[in-house]
Design a protein around this ligand. Structure first.
Ligand code: HEC
Ligand code: HEC
Ligand code: HEC
Ligand code: HEC
Length: 402
């Protein structure tokens, strides 16, 4: 098992209950999802960071960080082989209830937030390039203006460093301008590399390691509100970017770097609008990062009209509107459902569909990116209540079929 696997499994294990308690959120709980992944036997065939079975692909390589619709599409595309591999070995098909499906999907997305361990050699280059050594001491060497950085070496995660930098940002930037030095800008995983370098070089007593709580997007949403981020990002206009996609599928250190890179311009804008420059305490920055990470996860709603074309083109209509024995009229059987409910209905019925498909149609319809989103919008429109007027959710989409 890699170092990252060990550290993260430890973290996920330790965090379990705390998360569940305050996440009543409908769209899934990653730490519960990790348990479902174990309990349902997914890990018999799939490994996570090299830990688990090898019949199926390593999950962190194959799908981690994909958005909701991409994941549901991937699930579907691969079901025939999963079914065949499983039934050959006498594994029962793992059914997933609505909530379990939402939990697993959010877990698979969440996994990508964790960085590979940083590289201390690359971190040394970053430390030199950004001239940290001019103002800070590390291992007893360097300038004295900004104080010693050795203490950050106890953290495996780069986020405490990022948070302290953010809080000291206005001061550091003032000094930097005074000394005409460059304002540090991070690219890619440099923040993680820098942290690894500080861990390797920093002087510290003993081998103390401080683990941070898992980044929690629900708590992060509260941080986002309390720090008035929405005062500017609520409606993107002018110089203010729309942050919904900024952090999508990026790792924690990449997002931390992104925030830092914009902190100077943001600070100026904040001063202009009278918004106080936010300071972060405890795990606040880490939670905020998880919240930003999850903002784009669900994506936008699909287009039900395009979804109807997908329904026809993939052969769904052939059985479900064609009176094929056993294939229900989806408008009748799909209860007032949401996207997780639909995803779980499709997953749970896959084995029977697979059997029938093998007889009736020689192919298994695969989804391209975007198609699942539209299909789900169409299927949801089928089970929506009758028209409530423009924009009222169920706008009589059955009529589209004419
Ligand atoms: C019997 C072994 C087996 C079990 C159990 C199993 N899978 Fe799979 N899974 C596979 C195989 C084999 C593939 C590759 C299928 C293919 O290439 O079409 C796969 C593919 C996938 C993919 C797509 C990966 C990609 O490359 O896009 C996802 C996502 C996935 N499985 C999730 C799950 C989840 C979640 C569970 C538990 C609910 C699960 N699997 C249980 C064998 C299994
Ligand atoms: C121009 C001088 C200067 C440069 C260059 C500089 N810093 Fe700073 N840094 C400061 C000052 C000044 C403070 C504020 C110290 C204080 O609050 O007393 C500070 C504070 C910090 C803090 C917060 C310390 C704490 O204990 O809370 C961290 C972390 C930090 N800097 C990291 C870095 C890193 C990493 C780099 C290189 C990317 C860097 N700094 C580059 C001047 C600088
Ligand atoms: C006073 C207005 C204002 C406030 C408040 C504000 N921002 Fe910003 N934000 C901006 C501006 C302006 C930019 C563009 C800065 C630039 O061009 O470098 C930006 C950029 C960003 C970016 C980079 C987006 C990208 O894709 O490049 C992120 C992420 C971000 N802000 C997050 C936040 C968070 C989180 C908060 C709350 C802690 C926050 N912002 C508060 C104005 C604001
Ligand atoms: C070969 C015929 C066939 C095709 C093609 C087919 N299905 Fe099905 N589908 C069935 C059958 C039979 C069932 C009932 C299975 C069961 O009860 O386990 C079913 C069940 C379902 C359910 C669950 C309904 C419920 O009771 O909650 C959904 C959702 C569904 N199909 C969607 C689709 C979609 C979307 C497509 C196209 C990608 C599709 N099906 C293609 C035969 C088919």
């Amino acid at each position: 098992m890699s170092r990252r696997a060990a550290a993260t499994l430890l973290l996920l294990g330790a965090a379990g209950g705390a998360w569940a308690a305050d996440q009543a959120a409908a769209e899934g709980d990653p730490s519960r999802g990790r348990e479902v992944f174990q309990d349902k036997g997914c890990s018999r065939c799939h490994s996570v960071w090299g830990h688990g079975g090898t019949l199926g692909p390593e999950i962190t390589v194959a799908v981690a960080g994909k958005t909701w619709d991409e994941l549901v599409g991937d699930f579907w595309n691969h079901t025939p082989r999963m079914i065949d591999e499983g039934s050959g070995r006498g594994y029962p098909w793992p059914t997933l209830e609505r909530g379990e499906m939402a939990d697993i999907l959010s877990y698979l997305y969440y996994l990508r937030l964790f960085d590979e361990p940083g590289n201390p050699a690359r971190g040394a280059d970053t430390y030199a390039r950004l001239q940290c050594t001019g103002c800070h001491t590390l291992g007893g060497r360097g300038g004295r203006l900004g104080g010693a950085l050795d203490g950050f070496g106890v953290y495996p995660s780069p986020l405490p460093l990022a948070q302290a930098m953010w809080n000291a940002g206005p001061l550091m930037q003032r000094e930097q301008l005074r000394l005409s030095g460059p304002i540090p800008q991070f690219t890619g995983h440099e923040m993680a590399d820098l942290q690894a370098y500080i861990r390797a070089e920093g002087r510290r007593a003993g081998r103390e390691v401080k683990l941070q709580p898992l980044p929690n997007p629900v708590r992060g949403a509260a941080v986002y509100r309390s720090k008035s981020c929405a005062a500017c990002h609520g409606q993107a206009r002018g110089r203010v970017p729309d942050v919904t996609r900024s952090a999508l599928s990026k790792t924690a250190s990449e997002i931390a770097g992104l925030l830092w890179n914009h902190s100077y311009a943001m600070g100026t804008e904040m001063a202009a609008r009278g918004v106080p420059f936010p300071r972060f305490e405890d795990g606040e920055l880490s939670d905020l990062i998880a919240y930003l990470y999850f903002r784009g996860y669900l994506g936008e709603d699909g287009d039900p009209r395009r979804g109807l074309s997908v329904f026809n083109a993939k052969g769904c209509a052939g059985c479900h509107s064609g009176g094929v024995e056993g294939a229900p009229d989806l408008a009748k059987v799909l209860p007032q459902t949401d996207r997780a409910g639909l995803a779980s209905a499709m997953w749970n019925h896959a084995p029977q569909m697979h059997r029938l498909m093998a007889e009736k149609a020689p192919f298994w319809p695969k989804f391209e990116p975007g198609e699942m989103r539209n299909l789900v919008a169409y299927l949801r429109s089928l089970s929506a209540p009758p028209a409530r007027g423009p924009g009222g959710g169920g706008s009589g989409l059955r009529g589209l079929e004419d």
